[in-house]
Design a binder for this molecule. Sequence first.
Ligand code: TYD
Length: 132
Amino acid sequence: MQIQFIDIPKITNTKGNIGVLENDTIPFEIKRVYYLFDVPSGAKRGGHAHKKLKQVLIAISGSFDVVVKDGKSKQTITLNRPDRGLLIENNRWRELENFSSGAVCLVLASEAYDEKDYIRNYKEFKESQLNK
Ligand code: TYD
């Protein structure tokens, strides 16, 4: 399974940096932006796949691990830099864990929220991947 990172353009300065997200930085049109914050120590997020929606995850602050599965293989990626995004394609199972204190996960999404787009049962996800 190929994992794709997105380098986020930055304007660096001794007084602090600016990360810039524009539509041509992200490989889809952004329809929604949300963020996870105040995640309690030991909590796990995610635990689902999306049929259509793609996402880019960015550790705007702190760090966390992203476990990505395509039904055949699994990769664990640590995100800990605000200038690096992780692309999660549709039809990928994801779990987010090991959030550091104060971690903020920014999510850029290709679709509006739609519960019908989620696969929340891993067995169902695995079966849906068999012929792909
Ligand atoms: P979910 O996507 O399962 O969270 P995570 O993957 O971060 O663990 O969403 C958690 C709950 O919040 C679920 O009931 C759906 C709801 N929700 C919305 O109503 N709108 C949204 O934009 C998002 C992302 C979630």
